[in-house]
Design a protein around this ligand. Structure first.
Ligand SMILES: NC(=O)c1ccc[n+]([C@@H]2O[C@H](COP(=O)([O-])OP(=O)(O)OC[C@H]3O[C@@H](n4cnc5c(N)ncnc54)[C@H](OP(=O)(O)O)[C@@H]3O)[C@@H](O)[C@H]2O)c1
Length: 294
């Protein structure tokens, strides 16, 4: 199966490329500057040239705070580009896999969000991603949108790598204690994505639509940071001694984030038999892999 992957230099894109061989897929990865997904002519030309059977869009504007000041760019990449991509896929009869975020929710719920819960983003990033979802749904039937959360992997920038860097330099850091969610490994998410791609390839009865996928279990950013250090201290030397839990009010971040954004992943289990994995165990696998592959 020939797959065109956009955003292949991102943390998720890289892992999808990495795992595609094991699944036996031919995958062409493209990213900036070779392909700008907001340039519909470039996208049309690459699809015409490569003739994929499926497109995976892992390209996105992902800076949550940056989107508050680069609003136009965030909407072009996260709202308008998926719309053009979905239109092109619809014209060519190609299914599209796309990614969205837990930040489409406002965090007022007290238990994990289902796909059917109303979205009401608190920040520009979440709003731009939500409008991208809406555009895909209204244009292309054959789509899968994965909503995921707190993504990290061995490649690219993420919270785990930031914490490890700080843990080597500082004895003490402050981490937010009052925002809860589910860390998700790109390794696990890629496996889930490519499992569904296999089902699409085998023309199994596909229930198109939106699916939640995140690590199993819920923690705060503070709990996540503590787990990172607890695991890493057995593998590398860290200076960190104290991880101080602080309220989000103590940080002057540009974007407001939901207090609670864990996702309910029952739907993907029901329709595709895909089970989520313990966020702590997946974190352990990632940190070991990070140090072994360096
Ligand atoms: N990271 C998270 O915690 C998180 C949480 C929930 C959902 N998600 C979603 O999951 C997906 C993958 O996220 P990720 O963490 O892998 O993101 P990422 O590491 O930031 O990767 C995104 C990739 O897209 C590229 N890109 C940006 N604008 C582009 C454009 N106009 N044309 C082509 N490529 C462009 C980026 O290039 P540059 O780096 O050069 O800009 C980068 O290589 C996204 O849809 C994201 O919204 C992420």
């Amino acid at each position: 199966m020939k797959i065109l992957l956009t955003g292949s230099n991102g943390q998720l894109g890289w892992e999808l490329m990495n795992q595609s061989k094991a699944f036996g897929f031919e995958m062409k990865g493209v990213d900036l500057p070779q392909l700008d997904i907001s340039d519909s002519v470039q996208v049309r030309d690459i699809v015409a040239d490569y003739r994929p059977s499926l497109v995976i869009n892992a390209a996105a504007y992902t800076s949550v705070d940056g989107a508050e000041t680069e609003k136009d760019l965030a909407f072009i990449v996260n709202r308008d580009s998926p719309a053009h991509l979905a239109q092109l896929c619809s014209n060519e009869g190609i299914p599209l896999i796309h990614f969205s975020t837990d930040y489409v929710f406002n965090g007022n719920k007290k238990n994990p969000y289902k796909e059917t819960d109303p979205a009401s983003p608190l920040n520009i990033y979440g709003q731009s991603k939500l409008e991208g979802e809406i555009n895909i749904r209204s244009t292309l039937k054959e789509h899968i949108i994965f909503r995921t959360s707190w993504l990290y992997g061995i490649y690219g920038h993420n919270f785990v790598k930031t914490m490890l860097g700080l843990g080597r330099e500082r004895k003490s850091i402050q981490v937010v204690k009052d925002q809860y969610g589910s860390p998700t490994s790109t390794n696990d998410l890629s496996e889930a994505v490519l499992t569904i791609v296999s089902k699409i390839q085998n023309r199994n009865n596909i229930e198109w639509g939106t699916y939640h996928y995140c690590g199993q279990g819920i923690t705060s950013w503070h709990g996540f940071a503590k787990a990172i250090f607890d695991i890493a201290k057995h593998i590398t030397s860290l200076k960190i001694k104290h991880v101080e839990p602080v309220s989000s009010d103590a940080f002057a971040s540009k974007a407001t984030r939901p207090d609670f954004s864990a996702l309910d992943c029952q739907r993907i289990k029901k329709h595709f038999g895909i089970h989520t994995k313990s966020w702590r165990q997946s974190l352990e696998i990632m940190i070991n892999r990070l140090f072994n592959e360096q």
